[in-house]
Design a protein around this ligand. Structure first.
Ligand code: GUN
Ligand code: ZN
Length: 448
């Protein structure tokens, strides 16, 4: 058993939209102790110091949160971040596809996957839903690296059998064999789960979409991940490629790819029928505000998703997104919702944002029993943060008059530089003091 002393924040339920008052769903336990047992599970939380003999770590004056969950991010795209000058379709052709081709090399995929996961940990993200590349080895490398770190990862080999350059296309038969083999070897192994990963409708034939849907029907424990309705030119193109579908989302519905474990990135240009389909199937949208702003894709309307009863989680979408930091992602989400405006005139609260990046995402992924909160029995995936790290945010924190103001200012002003440590299943996997921990390539070279 080990005990960690800090200001503990998590959620017991979904906070009401627009309600900044300390909601019943918000659980803030100032200067408490988090107890973690020897199996890496949370044993409890208490105000009084732990019994003698229990090892202690004193993070007094720091914020302790459940590890962040990034529900849409691309492992091979760290080097694509901050690529200048294009919207989605040109960005894919000019920057992203060339970068992904390099991952045909298993060495590149192994090194890149290790770097990617260590970078997530160094931003306070302990669980992620990830796109590697079309290459089977890129999924193997990612799952192996996740297993080595004990991280919760949902991923799958990317399916794309058309409208992609040489070296980045598969075909239906080979892709199916690769998926079946990866599912057998990785799905449910440790904390890895397999996601049938259709890149997006334009890069899969009808036959490939049907194959993907059949895989999901055969095993309802599989996830599905894809992109939908991100960019208006993309939506128009999908309309031309699939004239019989009612909408972009309907392409996936017809293929059997909308279900309780589907994660659809973006969903900016959906209509009421689409949102109803999301609610009926239990599929969720991963809101990627940083990416949507950077690529000029559009403004996602969260309140309309809420009104329709469809689930929303939070995602960096690196490399379309410009940071792996979930705080920066949430700060961008606030700004996007401020521009969209909701029918009620209410803004995105820190509670709704942080819930969506922790417990909300966990529940939407059917993983609420494992991650997303500080409940006893959950795996101890958690992070410890400075409340402030410089004179400016220290002053802002000093002036905060209530808990929401304090946490909202933190969410808006903090980033990975505030992170002190990241624990996965009770084991410390990132330590900000350990300057040798970064870059990871150096550490691996030394360890070798
Ligand atoms: N649509 C299809 N592929 C991608 C991708 O890699 N990133 C984003 N943002 N959108 C996509
Ligand atoms: Zn994406």
């Amino acid at each position: 058993m080990k005990a960690y002393r800090a200001d503990l924040l998590d959620f017991t339920a979904t906070p009401a939209w627009g309600d900044a008052a300390a909601d019943e769903a918000v659980r803030f336990r100032e200067d408490h102790w988090l107890l973690v047992d020897d199996t890496g599970h949370i044993a409890g939380v208490q105000a009084e110091p732990p019994a003698p003999g229990i090892e202690q770590e004193d993070w007094r004056g720091h914020l302790l949160l459940p590890g962040f969950i990034d529900t849409h991010v691309h492992s091979p795209q760290i080097g694509v971040m901050a690529s200048y000058g294009t919207a989605l379709l040109d960005w894919l052709n000019n920057y992203t596809f060339p970068a992904e081709r390099a991952w045909a090399d298993p060495e590149v995929a192994a090194r890149g996957s290790a770097h990617f996961l260590d970078a997530l940990l160094a931003h306070g993200t302990t669980a992620a839903v990830v796109f590697p590349t079309v290459h089977k080895g890129s999924a193997d490398a990612l799952f192996a690296a996740a297993a080595g770190r004990g991280m919760r990862v949902i991923a799958g080999k990317v399916l794309m059998d058309r409208h992609a350059p040489d070296g980045l296309r598969d075909d239906v038969m080979q892709a199916e064999r690769d998926c079946v083999d990866l599912i057998q070897r990785w799905h449910g192994q440790g904390r890895n789960s397999y996601a049938v990963t259709v890149r997006f409708a334009p890069t899969s034939t009808e036959a490939q979409l049907a194959m993907a849907g059949a895989l999901c029907r055969a095993d309802p424990t599989l996830y599905t991940q894809t992109h939908v309705a991100e960019n208006r030119d993309e939506v128009r193109w999908v309309g031309e490629l699939f004239p019989e579908a009612r909408s972009y989302l309907d392409v996936y519905a017809r293929a059997g790819l909308l279900h309780r474990r589907s994660i659809l990135a973006h969903g900016i240009w959906l209509d009421d029928n689409d949102r109803a389909a999301l609610r009926e199937t239990g599929a969720q949208v991963a809101f990627c505000p940083s990416s949507n702003l950077f690529l000029g894709s559009g403004l996602f309307d969260w309140a309309s998703m809420l009104a329709a009863g469809a689930a929303v989680s939070m995602a960096s979408d690196v490399g379309g997104g410009t940071s792996l930091s979930m705080q920066r992602t949430l700060a961008d989400a606030y700004k996007v919702q401020a521009l969209v405006g909701s029918a009620t005139g209410q803004r995105l609260t820190a509670w709704t944002a942080l819930h969506a990046a922790t417990r909300g995402a966990a529940e939407a992924l059917d993983l609420g029993h494992e991650i997303g909160s500080l409940e006893p029995g959950r795996l101890a995936d958690f992070t410890v943060w400075r409340w402030s790290a410089n004179s400016v945010d220290t002053e802002r924190q000093r002036l905060a008059r209530d808990l929401h103001e304090k946490v909202f200012a933190w969410m808006t002003l903090a980033d990975e530089r505030h992170l002190r440590g990241t624990w996965v299943a009770g084991r410390r996997r990132y330590d900000a003091r350990d300057i040798t921990a970064w870059p990871p390539a150096d550490r691996e070279r030394r360890a070798a």
